[in-house]
Design a protein around this ligand. Structure first.
Ligand SMILES: Nc1ncnc2c1ncn2[C@@H]1O[C@H](COP(=O)(O)OP(=O)(O)OP(=O)(O)O)[C@@H](O)[C@H]1O
Ligand SMILES: [Mg+2]
Length: 1007
């Protein structure tokens, strides 16, 4: 027994896959047609399908396409265990399954972040709807989901029984045939969690409501209601359990189907409606609508002798009016008369017996059809994007799921089959476009050697149907609006005129003898890609017109039943614009659908029907061969086999696989193509196994599996790397959260003692204060700013402030030059002497004290010689006032190391030794008078000196400092007394005035 390597699933769990045990049973034939030896042989292809089918192996791959054969029996392969087994496992490692395809698509969406779609095709009864249900179930069960999304999951699953009850019916081809097309978008958020869904519905086969072919049934819901509804419900609806009593249910003469359990179907429907969120009132109104359709079918008409039509079933009509909530008389009138508007005037004209029957049927179809659309709208509301929309930010993606009606052929085929088969053609066209044509074109553009594979391109049939002006739909539309007697047969004639000679179109008139025998006169035949179909033109015009008499619409607008009222909008009556015809509407909606599908990355499920009898175990080779042929499976296989299933742009390829090669890891510096070659060669691939295109690297399909085995290690490496990054991120977040928590706690306890509750916070606050302080320290001694400290740091902050100040002062002092220091010393003394004392002090502060105001050249040489070794340290011009006459005499005042010298030009007039200086007086005003008091007992001294000087502050400061008589400076508040000659005293008086004036008064000096 062989164990596969350990592998990490998407959810990170390590699991061991017991490959041997799991797939031994599945090794019947080949699991992938690409590995089929005789890949050109259709017989070998079918034999492989048959062998596997006989062993209940209904799925086989063809590259990335999944071929599925309807087993017509329940197989035990859809359990939750099976889902688990396929989760996160590489496509080819385990036996083919619809779950593998689902999982692969899901993972492709998650890794590439590209929208995906799964296209399920095959003829009616081939198993498309079953496949789509399995896919939906897989996503609902195995995608990650949070609690909030549980309801979405339920709604997703429960939408199916509702839509099936109302939109599926038993046909000859399929007991549960979808009579409408369904395209569902499932939206996933960036984590891959399904967050919403949306359903688009396509053309419901409304004619089935009023008519069914033999052996077919109306929509399931009617039978389910009659079979499963409670007595009270039926009583309220005035319905009988026996479906045979309703004319709309007896046409096909097939009230029961063995494979369908209507009772269970009813139970499932009721449950689903409640899960989806229909209120009781809405369910009741819905039942009223269903009941009313049945009563409408039983509404019969009679014909008077004068041709007047009247309603014969009064009771039915009464019930009908009750259920629809409309006015009885108005409804009767509208069923038997029509309103015409001619030249702006309204006219009422009676309907014939046949017209009345047709009007009734049209009403039943309209009511049912519109209610179906309403149902889809309601379901969409409950599936709408959940939450606040944030989940659908960047990175959200979509998986589209298309389950639409399959190609079908009946004895009588009408407008509905025409539309259904046209839709099949379009899907086949899309398949061809995306798999055969584009793939081959890509090889060509990539410059890879390639031998083209021939295939049938059904574009010619699509054009035949949809081409503008020349296509069948255009001709039908024209015929519907053309004035004159247009009818179904005239439409046929028009077709013959326009399309006669087209290789895919034949009518009785155009056909040769052999074909003519099997073609009715009212039929045309289309040679579809999937086979020939004869369409009866009867009813084409009416069905395309899809008109309902205005009077009936008016009555419905008045309905008290909210569903009916919602479906028949009043605006419709006012709108004059002709609505688009049914076929054109359908064509446009299909075009849009194709665009939607083209914009996504497709995966395919090709369903095959093994027999027409809906029996298990029967493999009808002819039938299967036919399907294999028209589905183009052989051509598809040839392209796959010779082709390169795996292709990646160089850049994406390198990005993904570079960890596998030391030369490309972690960064490849050179050309991308070279990097890819290096990587592939390092891994030991031979030239035939891969091709280098212009932009792509391509892996041959046969060797693709070998390549795929790298996916495992790559996922492990990438998962480990991503895990590490995610863990690191998570750790950082956790730490940040812890920090915030501690800070908050600390803040709450910030006023308490330092302790475990607040230590972090307080430390943080302190630290940030110190950091702030460091950035904001005062830059100069004059800057007194200081950040406010937290309470815990007040004292420390103050100490720091002082320290800082001291430091700044020290630095400042150290930086002062000697002469500047002298200047400052003098200024300090000046400040002490005069600040606040003398008016001329403040203006003097800014002016610097000079070293001297008399240069050597200004002092007479004789004076210098007389002074000898005594050096003049300071000199200034002054005015000396005579003691007697108070006459001004210009003098020079010189300061030496020991005395004040008064000089008149060349002569020393007076010398005052510093010791003899008794004091210095100045006034408090802004004058320049200074009095030098000398000791009287000193004989040499004549008397006190009264001087006038422009720089009195400077001179007094210098004299006081040099004579060391700072204490003896007197700023006089009033007059200054001085000793004149011979013990006489003089007084200098000061008064305020606008300018300096010195005059002798009676012993007075005035200022
Ligand atoms: N995988 C399956 N397992 C069991 N039974 C299946 C499976 N697929 C299909 N069937 C059976 O085949 C029947 C028809 O399948 P389904 O309704 O999916 O066909 P279809 O392709 O959707 O046809 P239509 O185009 O008419 O809607 C189902 O009702 C079911 O009984
Ligand atoms: Mg179906």
């Amino acid at each position: 027994m062989r164990y596969q390597a350990r592998e990490v699933g998407v959810d990170g769990r390590v699991r061991l896959v017991l490959e041997g045990a799991l797939t031994a049973r599945d090794r019947v034939g080949v699991q992938d047609f690409v590995l089929l030896e005789n890949f050109n042989s259709e017989a070998a292809f079918i034999e492989n399908l048959r062998r596997r089918f006989t062993e209940n192996l209904i799925y086989t791959y063809m590259g990335s396409v999944l071929v599925s054969v309807n087993p017509y029996k329940d197989l035990e392969i859809y359990s939750p265990q099976h889902m688990e087994r396929y989760r996160g496992v590489s496509y080819y490692e385990i036996s083919p399954h619809i779950y593998a395809l689902s999982d692969n698509t899901y993972r492709a969406m998650k890794t590439s972040r590209r929208d995906q779609c799964i296209l399920i095709s095959g003829e009616s009864g081939a198993g498309k709807t079953e496949a789509s249900k399995k896919i939906l179930l897989y996503y609902a069960v195995s995608c990650p989901a949070h609690q909030r999304m549980a309801s979405l999951r339920d709604c997703l699953l429960q939408s199916t029984p509702v839509l099936e009850a109302f939109g599926n019916a038993k046909t000859l081809r399929n007991d549960n045939s979808s009579r409408f097309g369904k395209y569902m978008d499932i939206q996933f958020d960036f984590r891959g969690v399904p967050v919403g869904a949306h359903i688009l519905n396509y053309l419901l086969e409304k004619s089935r409501v009023v008519h069914q072919n033999h052996g077919e049934r109306n929509y399931h819901v009617f039978y389910q209601l009659l079979e499963g509804g409670t007595e009270e419900q039926l009583l309220h609806l005035h319905l009988d359990r026996n479906p045979q009593k309703y004319l709309y249910l007896v046409k096909g003469n097939c009230p029961r189907v063995s494979s369908m359990n209507d009772k269970n179907g009813w139970k499932a429907l009721v449950k689903a409606l409640s899960v989806i969120g229909f209120t009781e009132g809405e369910v009741q109104e819905l039942l009223d609508v269903i009941g009313s359709v049945l009563h409408l079918g039983n509404t019969q008409f009679g014909e008077e002798e004068d041709g007047q039509t009247y309603v014969t079933t009064e009771m039915e009509l009464k019930t009908l009016t009750q259920l629809l909530g409309v006015d009885g008389a108005a409804l009767t009138e509208a069923l038997t008369h029509k309103k015409l508007t001619a030249n702006g005037e309204e006219m009422i004209s009676p309907l014939t017996f046949e017209q009345a029957g047709a009007a009734r049927d049209a009403l039943a179809q309209a009511v049912y059809g519109r209610t179906f659309t309403w149902l889809v709208e309601k379901i969409n509301q409950s599936l709408a994007l959940q939450g606040d929309g944030t989940s659908c930010r960047d990175g959200s993606s979509v998986i589209g799921l298309l389950d639409i009606y399959g190609f079908e052929v009946f004895q009588h085929n009408s407008f509905e089959q025409f539309c259904i088969n046209y839709c099949s053609e379009k899907l086949q066209q899309l398949f061809i476009e995306l798999t055969l044509r584009s793939e081959q074109e890509e090889y060509e553009t990539e410059g890879v050697a390639w031998e083209p594979v021939q295939y049938f391109d059904n574009k010619v049939i699509c054009d035949l149907i949809e081409e503008k002006h020349k296509g069948i739909i255009s001709i039908l539309d024209e015929e519907c609006v053309r004035p004159g007697e247009a009818c179904d047969l005239s439409f046929l004639e028009k077709l013959e005129d326009t399309l006669g000679g087209h290789a895919h179109f034949v009518t009785h008139k155009l056909a040769n003898g052999k074909t003519r025998r099997v073609l009715g006169r009212e039929e045309f035949r289309l040679l579809h890609y999937a086979g020939e179909v004869n369409y009866t033109v009867t009813g084409f015009l009416d069905k395309n017109n899809d008109t309902l008499y205005r009077s009936l619409k008016e009555v419905m607008c008045q309905s008290t039943n909210h569903i009916v009222e919602h479906c028949f909008r009043r605006g419709e009556l006012v709108d004059q614009k002709r609505p688009e015809m049914a076929a054109t509407q359908f064509k446009n909606s299909l075009t849009k659908l194709m665009e939607t599908l083209m914009s996504k990355e497709p995966s395919y499920v090709r369903c095959i029907k093994p027999n027409d009898a809906k029996q298990p175990g029967r493999f009808d080779e002819v039938l299967v061969r036919h399907q294999v042929k028209y589905l183009g499976l052989m051509e598809n296989l040839r392209v796959r086999r010779a082709g390169f299933a795996y292709r990646r742009h160089f850049e994406a390829f390198l990005q993904r696989y570079k960890p596998l090669c030391p030369e490309t890891w972690p960064v490849w510096q050179g050309e991308l193509a070279e990097g890819v070659s290096t990587l592939v060669q390092y891994l030991g691939y031979k030239p035939e196994e891969y091709k280098m295109g212009r932009y792509l690297v391509l892996m041959n399909t046969l060797y693709q599996r070998r390549w795929r085995r790298w996916e495992g290690p790559i996922i492990v490496i990438q998962a480990a790397w991503r895990g590490m990054k995610a863990r690191r991120r998570a750790r950082r977040r956790r730490d940040a959260a812890d920090l915030i928590r501690r800070l908050i706690k600390g803040f709450i306890h910030r006023h308490e003692e330092y302790g475990p509750d607040n230590d972090y916070f307080l430390d943080h606050v302190r630290c940030s204060f110190l950091k702030t302080l460091r950035r904001n320290l005062p830059r100069s001694v004059l800057d007194k700013s200081w950040p406010t400290p937290p309470p815990a740091l007040t004292q420390a902050s103050e100490e720091l402030r002082q320290l800082n100040m001291r430091n700044m002062v020290r630095k400042f002092c150290l930086a002062i030059l000697p002469e500047w220091r002298k200047q400052m010393d003098q200024k300090v003394v000046a400040s002490e002497l005069f600040r606040g004392q003398k008016d001329s002090y403040p203006p003097s502060v800014a002016a610097l004290f000079l070293g001297t105001r008399l240069g050597d050249e200004h002092i007479n040489l004789k004076v210098v010689q007389t002074l000898g070794s005594e050096k003049v340290q300071y000199g200034v011009s002054v005015i000396k006032y005579d003691r007697r006459g108070f006459k001004p005499r210009p003098r020079q005042l010189l300061l030496t190391g020991s005395a004040i010298i008064l000089v008149e030009k060349t002569k020393i007039k007076q010398r005052i030794d510093y010791d003899a200086l008794r004091g210095i007086s100045v006034s408090r005003l802004s004058d320049g008078i200074l009095v030098l008091h000398v000791l009287c007992e000193d004989n040499k001294q004549k008397a006190d000196l009264v001087l006038l000087c422009d720089h009195v502050i400077e001179v007094v400061t210098k004299v006081a400092m040099m004579a060391n008589k700072v204490d003896q400076v007197n700023v006089s508040q009033g007059s200054i007394r001085f000793s004149a000659a011979r013990s006489k005293e003089g007084v200098v008086d000061f008064t305020r005035g606008p300018e300096l004036k010195v005059a002798k008064g009676k012993l007075n000096t005035k200022h």
